[in-house]
Design a protein around this ligand. Structure first.
Ligand code: TXA
Ligand code: MG
Length: 356
């Protein structure tokens, strides 16, 4: 385990970082922490190393990878130009949880971009990630270090659980900070397009560049998403999960009602809630995920909470919902996908659908 409180410059001397950087240069797979989630890294220029990422994760080949860089100046190795709005976003949010989709110039392995003419690039802020990127001197392709379809890993232990047998190295720096993946924004057009909500909020993007459009696929539109990865059912717990709409007392009452009904029908029920309400439910497992009053804490804890549901062996999960603003927007996006779109609307009759 490596300290996350030292700066990248100091960490570059750390023997584990040196060793991990050497492994990347040799074409090996190294999992490492970022401020969002753990990534599974490989040399982005090597078709062979990158192929191993897809095999290890069981990832569909049409889903492109994000390329990570350790200095803003390395962007010019990967992309032909940076439009003005992209530059404004880089200045405000790098290093940090923002991925920019830009036209590439053919320097990364074709598998990284899944044959698209664009590449997603980000400079993470986690000192261990920066130290590794700087020490390796490579552009590093890295998806989240989970098996495809599992919640992204926010602790080294999650990486080990999913990919222990498949990777050459794992840098453990404890739990990540943001807890959700980076925001992905396509800046190739005149108006930036949000492809995946994440650690940088839509509100913050708009403060910086004015108008930002949202990929209609994110809002339940029938069109296929512009970001290939968004079309897969991600973050799915093993139990059948339902989101429950509502707020305040009405939400708590509704979940209690639904949980009672399901337990009477013989199901093992899990409830995904927040610290504020955790003692107000009775179920086979109640998992609290952060504090409703602090959206960052919910984001930070979400994937751990979903993994805990799997370990609890529940087969029916009821989850509280949040107003989809600020950091709750990516939280709701991930919850919606985890639930495969199953929602109890506030005005549904009680047990409708609960036994489907
Ligand atoms: O926070 C993160 O972004 C983490 C850490 C490790 O950096 N990485 C991550 O990677 O979440 P991954 O592979 O799990 O998700 C990458 C997303 C996918 O939805 C993918 O389709 C999209 O970014 N993406 C990558 N390149 C793209 C491109 N050229 N055009 C559109 N979408 C792209
Ligand atoms: Mg992922």
């Amino acid at each position: 385990r490596i300290g996350q409180h030292e700066d990248a410059e100091t960490l570059r001397e750390h023997p584990a970082i040196r060793e991990a950087a050497r492994m990347l240069r040799e074409g090996k797979l190294v999992a490492f922490p970022t401020e969002t989630v753990y990534g599974l890294g490989a040399d982005a220029r090597s078709e062979e190393a990158v192929s191993r990422i897809f095999t290890a994760k069981g990832r569909p080949g049409d889903n492109p990878l994000i390329v990570h860089i350790g200095h803003v100046s390395r962007l010019q190795d990967l992309v032909a130009e940076l439009p003005t709005k992209g530059e404004l976003l880089v200045r405000r949010f790098w290093p940090g949880p923002l991925t920019l989709v830009l036209p590439h110039k053919g320097t990364v392995a074709p598998k990284v971009t899944a044959g698209l003419d664009t590449v997603g690039v980000r400079m993470p802020s986690h000192p261990v990630a920066l130290a590794l990127l700087q020490e390796s001197g490579l552009p590093v392709a890295a998806p989240s270090a989970n098996r495809s379809g599992r919640p992204s890993p926010t602790e080294a232990e999650h990486v080990w659980e999913d990919l222990g047998g498949e990777i050459d190295g794992l840098l453990d720096a404890g739990p990540t900070g943001v807890g959700l993946e980076s925001t992905v924004v396509d800046v190739t057009g005149s108006v930036p397009l949000l492809l995946r909500p994440g650690g940088v909020t839509l509100e913050e993007l708009r403060e910086t560049v004015g108008e930002v459009r949202v990929d209609p696929a994110l809002e339940g539109d029938a069109h296929p998403p512009r970001s290939p990865g968004m079309k897969y059912r991600h973050y799915a717990p093993k139990g059948e999960m339902w989101l429950v709409e509502g707020s305040g007392e009405a939400l708590v009452h509704r979940i209690r009602e639904l949980a009672d009904h399901a337990r009477k029908a013989g199901r093992r029920v899990g409830i995904l809630t927040t610290e504020e309400n955790r003692f107000r439910y009775k179920a086979d497992r109640v998992v609290a995920c952060g504090r409703r009053a602090e959206p960052e804490s919910v984001a930070r804890d979400l994937y751990r909470a979903l993994r805990e549901m799997d370990r609890a062996g529940v087969d029916y999960i009821l989850a509280e919902t949040f107003p989809a603003e600020g950091l709750f927007r990516p939280v709701m996006n991930r919850l919606y996908k985890a639930a495969g779109g199953r929602v109890f609307r506030a005005d549904d009759q009680c047990p409708k659908g609960s036994s489907s």
